[in-house]
Design a protein around this ligand. Structure first.
Ligand code: UD1
Length: 419
């Protein structure tokens, strides 16, 4: 069982490079199934979720090669099976992203239902509904989504609830559909536009990404393409939080502030001095204590649910009281119970957590329950008195590339116990 050991209290100072975005790379990798031509990708982060997606694609027959420059080259000329098995899908919900591309190009897909997940029920009913609107015949049998479509047709599909991967699946399915697909109440996340940019580079016709109406006009074939994955805005926000809680300063390179406005605004309210450039962000706390900040998670461009646990950790030691409302997932406060073990004063009622800042957190053995909860616990541990041991840390490897190395670069006292 992997554990992380962190001795808190060290002010973090330095600079680090941000990796490519997990949530961009995953749909882009799935989209490789749409084409029989070579696809070259750069800035793909080395993460567990990425290797799970590559294993899934390889199991279907996609050729995956890293060239001498560590660019990732994919070729899906010969696909031997359209099945995404339970064993792979259960470890990563984003496996559902192969459904749209398989159906679009081959008219057939069999994808295991992702099942429950630590942060909530997270159904995929809207993915299914959207594909049905395009003419797919979909049955759910023995835990599998069995989808068939001799042909997909452009359709108007309005998402009753905003879904990121749902929007991506319909967008990819529409690439070869006959006619025009109009996706209403589409997700506006930057990762949607990154996928749209990639699909356009292959020859797909897509307009409106970044707004709540995306229009895809079906094409007959795609061409070879190269694409650089967007920087990870959540990794960026996580390191800003890790440094802020220690009163330190940092320069984050290879990133963009453009997609982090709602988060940067909260850091400023918390007392951080933030400067931004074309491809960098710096934060300096000038050794000051944080101020408590209220927030509510909403779809982009609002405050991201994927930053909720990290800000929850900041508020535990900030001056004052804060109200944190989670509106996206129904069970995303599991880190709070663990933060209590470190002395945090937080109360949860329904979808709202209320914190009263304490002068100091104290190290304790804690358990990571999901990816972003792990990030929240690491941030809390960096500010706690003594050595915190975080169990089940494998969750963190799903979404953060070389996290110990990067934190060590900033002076953190952190090590992994793999026994
Ligand atoms: C994506 C991100 C995840 C992020 C989340 C919200 C990826 C790979 N993952 O997850 O990091 O936390 O967006 O920003 O990009 N819903 C339904 N039916 C559906 C689909 C969704 O009811 O068919 C609900 C979900 O239960 C949830 C809400 O819609 O309450 C939003 O979920 P969604 O945007 O789909 O999240 P993911 O795409 O799974």
């Amino acid at each position: 069982m992997h554990k992380l050991k962190i001795t808190g209290g060290k002010r973090l100072i330095g600079e680090i490079k941000i990796s490519g975005a997990k949530n961009s790379a995953l749909p882009i990798l799935a989209a490789s199934l749409l084409s029989s031509k070579n696809i070259t990708l750069t800035n793909v982060p080395q993460l567990k979720d990425i290797s799970t997606m590559l294993t899934l694609l390889q199991s279907m027959g996609v050729e995956v090669i890293f060239d001498e420059k560590m660019r990732l080259i994919l070729n899906a000329k010969e696909i031997k099976t359209f099945i995404a098995p339970y064993d792979l899908v259960k470890t990563m919900r984003a496996s559902i992203l192969v459904l749209g591309p398989l159906l679009s190009r081959f008219g057939e897909a069999e994808v295991s239902l992702p099942g429950g997940c630590a942060i909530g029920a997270r159904p995929v009913n809207l993915h299914i509904e959207g594909l049905r609107a395009m003419g797919a015949d979909i049955q759910v049998k023995n835990g599998y989504i069995m989808a068939n479509a001799k042909k997909l047709y452009g359709a108007d599909y309005y998402f009753p609830e905003i879904s990121v991967t749902g929007t991506e699946n319909i967008m990819m399915a529409a690439v070869f559909a006959e006619g025009k697909t109009v996706i209403g109440n589409a997700a506006k996340e930057p990762e949607i536009s990154d996928l749209a940019d990639f699909l356009r580079s292959m020859g797909a016709e897509i307009e409106g990404d970044g707004t709540d109406e995306i229009i895809v006009s079906g094409v007959k074939k795609l061409q070879e393409s190269s694409h650089e994955v967007l920087p990870d805005r959540i990794e960026t926000g996580t390191y800003l939080a890790a440094v802020a809680i220690t009163g330190g300063r940092v320069l984050l390179k290879n990133t963009s502030s453009k997609f982090l406005e709602s988060v940067i605004e909260k850091f400023k309210l918390a007392g951080a001095d933030i400067q931004t450039g074309n491809d960098w962000i710096s934060l300096d706390m000038h050794e000051k204590k944080l101020k408590a900040v209220n927030f509510e998670t909403t779809p982009y461009p609002g405050f991201p649910t994927d930053m909720q646990a990290q800000f929850c950790a900041l508020n535990t030691v900030a001056d004052g009281e804060a109200e944190m409302r989670e509106t996206i997932f129904e069970n995303r406060f599991q880190h709070v119970v663990e933060l209590h073990r470190m002395g945090a004063n937080i109360n949860i009622k329904g979808n709202t957590a209320r914190s009263v800042g304490v002068p100091k957190l104290k190290a304790a053995p804690v358990m990571a329950t999901d990816l972003r909860a792990s990030a929240g616990l690491i941030i809390a541990a960096l500010a706690a008195d003594g050595e915190t041991v975080i169990d089940r840390i494998y969750h963190i490897d799903r979404g953060y590339e070389r996290i110990e190395e990067k934190l060590k670069q900033l002076g953190a006292i952190i090590s992994r116990d793999s026994s």
